[in-house]
Design a protein around this ligand. Structure first.
Ligand SMILES: O=C(O)C1=C[C@@H](OP(=O)(O)O)[C@@H](O)[C@H](O)C1
Ligand SMILES: C=C(OP(=O)(O)O)C(=O)O
Length: 411
């Protein structure tokens, strides 16, 4: 499939969408399940390629573990294979080998892992050569690069003979993902202590207790539906499988979208999205929910809402440099993502005249979220999404679901 042309809907949107499962919750459940000796009954396993890759690699005796482009799979499996004393080579796509992992490797080495870099210091591919417990029970770790290093370490910490105290340093980014990890660990019997005043986490040495676990639908995936409702002239969409008290930080989309013109009403089955008046401008700090930044930036650009963004530092080290990618592609809509304070404060200047835009062709940079964040633009004017297959990373059914609200064609 080369590209997809998304056409504006010809009638009011009324749809029910069975949302895909969260890859983040799923990948944590899969690691914890492995640590129980595969004794848990997990339901609603995610179809996302990141989770299917995790599942495959946990069940494989191959010496090489290729995570493709899945960050959590790379980070969580590195910690899991290290502490379970498995000799593996951890690798992935060219981009994965540009995404830093030194903070996690240093932490695992401090605990007793023998890990070497195959190419560049601080980056995959890695060679895991075994584990001899060092006895270290307290560790300092930067919290401002990726929370995935911290989640990876937390999940293996109960396996260490003395448990682990982690002292986080710097401003902690993506904290809800750390809390998701801790909550899931608690579900499987781990009595952790978290002092968020001091950014200290303590995990006692304990055995995970096998439990059934049902993975929730994906709030990051839900964000694209919010954008569709915000941008369409007339829309009501019920998203099935979401919970009000979610473990997922991206449920913050409920509050963000109140400003962008979408009201959320929780139902017995999920959440109903309806249209309300939007604000003229908003400011949002994405430190806790970086994966929502693209959805919100594109939605504001098209809706004519002025947006100030902070807390987007981590976007440069994700599937692509998402700041650069947004800057390039928003230009094609006649909008702009402007850096106001270096690496800190950005502003989205909205499209002036949607009437003059002729089916812009959006490049997706091997990033599922570029494709899914720009497709809702099609609610307002036709838009072409290049390499639409990238969505498989987190939401393989995205295009099939989109067909329920508007027509699109392969071109
Ligand atoms: O732990 C997780 O499941 C994730 C944490 C976040 O990464 P960072 O902690 O690197 O921001 C997020 O962007 C990613 O999509 C999933
Ligand atoms: C950043 C993401 O994933 P990961 O870091 O797990 O590759 C994402 O899904 O937006």
């Amino acid at each position: 499939m080369k590209s997809i042309l998304v056409n504006p809907p010809k009638q009011p949107i009324r749809a029910e969408i069975q949302l895909a499962a969260s890859k983040s919750e799923c990948n944590r459940a899969l690691i914890i399940n492995a640590l129980t000796g595969f004794k848990c009954e997990l339901t609603n396993i995610s179809e996302a390629r990141d989770s299917q890759t995790m599942l495959r690699l946990l069940n494989s005796s191959d010496q090489v573990a290729d995570v493709i482009d899945a960050g959590t799979t790379m980070r969580f499996l590195t910690a899991y294979f290290a502490v379970t004393n498995q000799q593996k080579t951890m690798t992935g796509t060219a981009r994965m080998c540009e995404r830093p992992i030194g903070i996690l490797v240093d932490a695992l080495r401090f605990l007793g892992a023998d890990i070497s870099y195959e190419k560049e210091e601080g980056y995959p591919p890695l060679k895991l050569n075994g584990f001899t417990y060092s006895g270290n029970r307290e560790i300092k770790m930067r919290g401002d690069v990726s929370s995935q290093y911290i989640s990876a370490l937390l999940m293996i910490a109960p396996e260490l003979p003395s448990g682990l105290t982690i002292q986080l340093e710097g401003e902690v980014g993506s904290r809800p993902y750390i809390e998701m990890t801790l909550n899931q660990m608690a579900h499987f019997g781990i009595d952790y202590q978290a002092d968020w005043q001091k950014n200290t986490l303590f995990i006692p040495p304990m055995k995970y207790q096998p439990q059934p676990y049902a993975i929730e639908s994906d709030w990051s995936g839900a964000s694209y539906w919010y954008s569709i409702v915000a941008l369409a002239e007339d829309a009501e969409v019920e998203l099935l499988g979401l919970k009000k008290n979610s473990l997922q930080g991206d449920s913050a989309i409920v509050n963000i979208m109140k400003h962008l013109g979408v009201e959320s009403t929780f139902t017995e089955r999920g959440v109903l999205l309806t249209k309300i008046p939007a604000a003229a401008s908003i400011g949002w700090d994405f430190t806790d929910c970086p994966d929502l930044a693209q959805t919100v930036a594109v939605c504001c650009a098209v809706k004519g809402i002025r947006l100030s963004l902070t807390g987007v530092e981590s976007l440069k080290i994700k599937e692509t440099d998402r700041i650069f990618a947004l800057q390039q592609e928003l230009k094609k809509l006649g909008a702009e993502l402007k850096e106001i304070e270096k690496d800190h404060l950005y502003e989205v200047h909205a499209i002036q005249d949607p009437g003059v835009i002729q089916s812009p062709s959006i490049h997706t940079y091997d990033d599922h979220r570029m494709a899914m964040a720009f497709a809702p633009v099609g609610m307002v004017f036709p838009v072409v999404i290049e390499e639409p297959g990238v969505v498989v990373k987190s939401y393989p059914g995205y295009w099939k679901d989109l067909a329920k609200v508007t027509s699109w064609e392969e071109i």
